[in-house]
Design a protein around this ligand. Structure first.
Ligand SMILES: CC(=O)SCCNC(=O)CCNC(=O)[C@H](O)C(C)(C)COP(=O)(O)OP(=O)(O)OC[C@H]1O[C@@H](n2cnc3c(N)ncnc32)[C@H](O)[C@@H]1OP(=O)(O)O
Ligand SMILES: O=C([O-])CC(=O)C(=O)O
Length: 375
């Protein structure tokens, strides 16, 4: 990787505000949520605890966690007009567009009228986003109208249950929980910044989240997990992967799932999801995709000093769990909604409209030309 200074284009290296939610690229392993190291959270917490930490400001007691899980479970149902909208969306739509439309439609039906409803709006979104994507997916792909009110205690288990019509194995539920923890929050990334800009106009929660979904969709951000899968699934051996990657680098193509705007040496989430991807590879008896992924990682470091970000080994991990590639980025939404909403709360707590300046590079002042004199 080139040693570009962190300044200039893309607002890189410029502070755009303050946050008490997360540090990226600082102490410990390089990522903390409200002071807790990501490695410890991924190892010891369940996703619902992390959601509580982000949204309510502290780790829950057992009683608080139990009550929170019960609350989330009760909020999984879809209103009939939202189901009717989801049923209109074709099977070949991009699932991130479905998420965006789902969040937006919910805002029409359950509008956040006052900011004192913000915690309720966030809890509802956290509970219902997996229902939205799975209801659409199962209706458009399998022709079934699923009941989205499962009894699963976890958000990840609920998602897998809706997708497959059966409760997931303990291993899959655990990997989903870890994955959702890793994706939950990441300071002023593009989608969170989108949410904060929207919040700074004193807009409603659903508008902030709808905008954030649009930003997460792109392949330079959340869409990279799907793009990485689309790349590695083409290769049948580690040697083939190496040849292809070298060709892509030669042609100056971007390798999705590598590099980061803030981290310089490594993304602390990678080692964690990589470990789970390996475990899943053993579980399914894979002898291709995991070795291919490992080789790509080695070649990228050897050739470019570029490292895997959070997205790269998520691709193989999700694939080993049988999750369709096009649902990878929507899972990211189901997690990051916690970070987005927590940032909206923080923005509202100490708000000033976000309105930077621009360096003008257009023409100097000039005379108006009547329409008949223009070429
Ligand atoms: C959860 C997440 O959202 S993590 C990010 C997911 N996105 C991806 O995986 C997409 C692939 N990666 C990228 O496009 C970039 O690394 C980004 C968008 C993540 C960060 O972009 P930047 O901050 O502009 O990257 P950075 O300044 O470190 O780039 C340095 C150089 O490395 C190159 N580079 C960076 N990432 C890659 C990559 N994945 N493949 C090939 N070259 C790369 C850049 O082209 C740049 O070269 P240049 O100076 O000749 O233009
Ligand atoms: O921080 C970023 O720019 C992107 C990222 O890793 C994330 O949002 O998780």
């Amino acid at each position: 990787m080139t040693d570009k200074p962190l300044a200039g284009a893309g607002l890189r290296g410029q502070s755009a505000g303050s946050t008490a939610l997360c540090t990226v690229g600082q102490s410990g392993s390089g990522l903390t949520y409200r002071g807790y190291d990501i490695a410890e959270l991924a190892d010891k917490a369940r996703f619902e605890e992390v959601a509580y930490l982000l949204l309510k400001g502290k780790l829950p007691t057992q009683a608080e966690l139990d009550a929170y899980i019960t609350r989330i479970k009760r909020l999984r149902g879809l209103p009939a007009p939202l189901k009717a909208v989801l049923e209109q969306i074709p099977a070949d739509a991009h699932p991130m567009d479905v998420m965006r439309t789902g969040a937006s439609m919910l805002g029409n039906l359950e509008t956040e009228e006052h900011f004192d409803e913000q915690q309720d709006a966030a809890d509802r979104l956290l509970a219902v986003l997996p229902s939205i994507i799975c209801y659409w997916y199962r209706y458009s792909h399998d022709g079934v109208r699923i009941d989205t009110e499962t009894d699963d205690d976890s958000v990840g288990g609920h998602f897998l249950h809706l997708l497959r019509d059966e409760a997931p194995s303990e291993l899959h539920a655990q990997v989903m929980s870890v994955s959702l923890i890793l994706y939950a929050e990441h300071e002023f990334n593009a989608s969170t910044f989108t949410a904060r800009v929207c919040a700074s106009t004193l807009s409603d929660m659903h508008s902030c989240v709808t905008g954030a979904i649009g930003s997460l969709r792109g392949p330079l951000h959340g869409g990279a997990n799907e793009a990485a899968m689309a790349m590695i699934e083409n290769w049948t051996s580690a040697d083939e992967a190496e040849r292809e990657i070298l060709g892509m680098l030669e042609r100056k193509e971007k390798i999705m799932g590598f590099g980061h705007a803030i981290y310089r040496e490594s993304d602390p989430r990678n080692a964690i999801i990589k470990k789970w991807s390996k475990r899943l590879a053993e579980d399914v008896g894979d002898s291709v995709l995991y070795p291919v992924s490992e080789r790509v990682e080695a070649v990228m470091w050897r050739e470019k000093k570029l490292f895997c970000n959070a997205d790269f080994f998520h691709a193989s991990a999700y694939h080993f769990m049988g999750i369709p590639t096009k649902l990878f980025t929507p899972i990211f939404v189901c997690s990051r909604v916690t970070g987005w909403c927590a940032h909206v709360f923080e923005q509202r707590d100490n708000n000033r409209i976000i309105r930077p300046s621009a360096d003008y590079v257009g023409p100097d002042a000039r005379d108006w030309l009547p329409i008949e004199q223009r070429d």
